[in-house]
Design a protein around this ligand. Structure first.
Ligand SMILES: Cc1cc2nc3c(=O)[nH]c(=O)nc-3n(C[C@H](O)[C@H](O)[C@H](O)COP(=O)(O)O)c2cc1C
Length: 366
């Protein structure tokens, strides 16, 4: 199974299964001299961690990260940084009953048919447990981008099912987003959100979500013509997160109804007049903030029975018990932020490598 490495200069190779002894990654290409310890990574893992409220899966993973290499006397050495997160709360018996059934909406069927031999426990390699690894690698990228380039990457939950929560890209209050486990920008609506999720749970159902991210200030010049456009790489990175079914950059699908007269980002001396394009033109960052959103599908493992087939192709019914997220979007914000960081650091290093000698342009502001 290949396809486990992301990035050209800042390369993250992820490994591990949901119910194996550990998951982890090797980050190769991190610039030397970055002050780094577990304390820089752990807070992001804690934000993604399961079991933090009754509205996420009750799997209780400590998600403690260990740095095994690449750091000496508190600073990165430029050598590969190996990160390890041990699995501590696996319950394989939850999966014993359904190991011969293909769970609809999961990777069971495709993995079984493609590879012929798979680890069914908790989805094995396809489990969203893998996203902890990106959050860990992304925390290194975020720190570098913050201290060396000045970029902050922040996300929020913009919609849960039919409940729209601060749509659009007017930056929410980050203190408000941090104040609740839903990453909800409107804390006074958290009780409404809780009631909505409680009701879904009672009905044995789940719902999807939208997560939005703003990154900025991003220097002009990140992104390459033509296949490695920054927007193309963001879409690739974000779409590689489990359960993500759509990525929008800037106005995204809203451009369908837009007219050219409103959608192009006009310029006057010193600044842009709008940012419909999400800070990217021709695949290259404009110097404006980068705006992107993802749509994440509803949790497939719910208690409402569903039709499926077994490994012999026979009809069967499946009803998933065990510990699941009623809305996988609730824990997704740190994952989306991490993936944006992994894309931006890779493009920053590529930009510096090729255009490091080009005089820094005077750019228009947002
Ligand atoms: C943070 C996060 C948590 C998730 N938790 C669950 C879960 O508890 N139950 C479930 O059925 N799917 C969960 N998923 C979604 C599955 O991992 C995903 O749907 C499955 O691997 C199939 O991949 P696909 O949806 O990308 O096709 C989660 C996804 C994310 C990002």
């Amino acid at each position: 199974m290949s396809g486990n490495t992301y990035g050209k200069l800042f390369c993250t190779t992820s490994f591990g299964e949901s119910h194996g002894p550990a998951i982890g990654c090797v980050v190769d290409g991190c610039p030397p001299g970055l002050e780094l310890s577990e304390a820089d990574i752990q807070p992001d893992l804690d934000r993604r961690r399961p079991g933090t409220s009754k509205y996420v899966t009750q799997r209780k993973e400590a998600d403690r990260v260990e740095i095994l290499s690449g750091v000496y006397e508190g600073k990165t050495t430029g050598t590969p940084i190996a990160l390890l997160i041990r699995n501590t709360d696996q319950r394989s018996y939850d999966y014993e009953k359904i190991k011969d059934l293909f769970r609809p909406g999961h990777a069971d069927y495709t993995y079984a048919k493609k590879y012929g031999h798979r680890d069914p426990r908790g989805g094995g390699r396809s489990s969203a447990r893998e996203t902890a690894v990106r959050v860990a690698a992304g925390a290194i990228a975020r720190k570098y981008l913050r201290v060396s380039v000045g970029i902050e990457i922040r996300g929020w939950c913009a919609q849960v099912g039919r409940m729209a929560l601060m749509h659009g890209f007017d930056a929410p209050s980050w203190a408000a987003v941090r104040s609740n486990p839903f990453f909800c920008p409107e804390p006074d609506r958290v009780p409404e959100l809780e009631a909505y999720i409680d009701q879904l749970r009672r009905e044995g159902d789940s719902v999807g979500a939208r997560i939005s991210v703003i990154a900025g200030p991003v220097p002009l010049g990140l992104g390459e013509p033509v296949f490695d456009r920054l927007d193309a790489d963001l879409a690739h990175g974000l779409m590689s997160i489990n359960a993500v079914k759509a990525v929008e950059i800037g106005d995204g699908f809203a451009v369908i109804e837009q007219r050219g007269s409103e959608g192009r980002d006009e310029m006057i001396p010193g600044r842009f007049l709008s940012n419909h394009s999400g800070g990217i033109a021709g695949g290259i960052s404009t110097g404006q903030d980068i705006y992107c959103s993802i749509a994440i599908k509803p949790t497939s493992s719910i208690t409402t029975p569903a039709r499926t087939v077994d490994v012999n192709g026979q009809p069967a019914e499946i009803r998933t018990t065990g510990r699941h997220d009623p809305c996988v979007g609730i824990r997704a914000t740190p994952i989306v932020e991490a993936m944006v960081a992994l894309v931006l650091i890779d493009h920053w290093l590529r930009f510096r490598a090729q255009c490091g000698d080009v005089e820094t342009p005077r750019v228009l502001s947002n």
